[in-house]
Design a protein around this ligand. Structure first.
Ligand SMILES: [Zn+2]
Length: 214
């Protein structure tokens, strides 16, 4: 086994993630990561593994069976629309990801979409910016919805617990508010295209999300 990257060596790797391979840069390769030309493509996900995770209730990050509590690792806008493009994980695995994953810990590291293979495009309309703030949304249930393009999205159930992170540490109130505010215009535009009912519904969802931010 290769050594872990120096930046994440201080973090304890969850037991369940011990079996994951390590990439050339020393980062564990999550279960969902597809291989393109023999190389792990961290920006995409493997559709077959997604189906396995949903059908067999497996963890998105380690591939092992999930328990009762399921944790979605989502961007701040998902706290408003309650939609995730990815299925849930174990709490330990999610906590490791929000501390170790370069995409989630470095707000200035833009998702590099150059050369992104088209078939790996995530389902639904992803808000294409690194949100800076990441949430761990713990729930007992979720439902699968078709995105209309042959993909699937996940409606996350009511939260048992919500934790906000930025740069691998708990996010401040200002960071949470800034990240939600910066994403709202996009959601509002989408709602406006759908009509006044959708705009009113977005308003209700926004208020509900605000109850989680204290
Ligand atoms: Zn796991």
């Amino acid at each position: 086994m290769r050594e872990l990257n120096q930046r994440i060596r201080y973090l304890e790797l969850p037991d369940r993630m011990n079996r994951l391979k390590i990439n050339d840069q020393g980062f564990p390769i999550p279960y969902f990561v597809p291989y393109v030309d023999g190389k792990p493509e961290f920006r995409g996900f493997d559709g077959e593994k997604l189906a396995i995770c949903v059908r067999l209730k497996r963890c998105w990050l380690c591939g092992e069976p999930l328990g009762k509590f399921m944790v979605f690792v989502i961007g701040p806008m998902c706290a408003v629309n309650r939609v995730s493009a990815e299925p849930p994980s174990h709490r330990e695995c999610a906590l490791y990801a929000v501390r170790a994953c370069p995409f989630l810990t470095q707000p200035r590291m833009r998702r590099n979409e150059v050369d992104m293979p088209e078939h790996l495009e995530p389902a639904g309309i992803m808000l294409r910016r690194n949100p800076g703030v990441t949430l761990m949304w713990t729930t007992l249930k979720y439902s699968v919805v078709k995105d209309g393009r042959g993909g699937a999205l996940f409606n996350v159930g009511d939260p048992e617990r919500v934790e906000f992170f930025a740069e691998g540490r708990p996010a401040t109130h200002d960071e949470i508010m800034a990240s939600i505010s910066s994403g709202m215009p996009t959601l509002r535009e989408m709602a406006e295209r759908d009509g006044p009912d959708a705009v009113a519904e977005l308003g209700r969802m926004y208020d509900k999300a605000m109850e989680l931010v204290r």
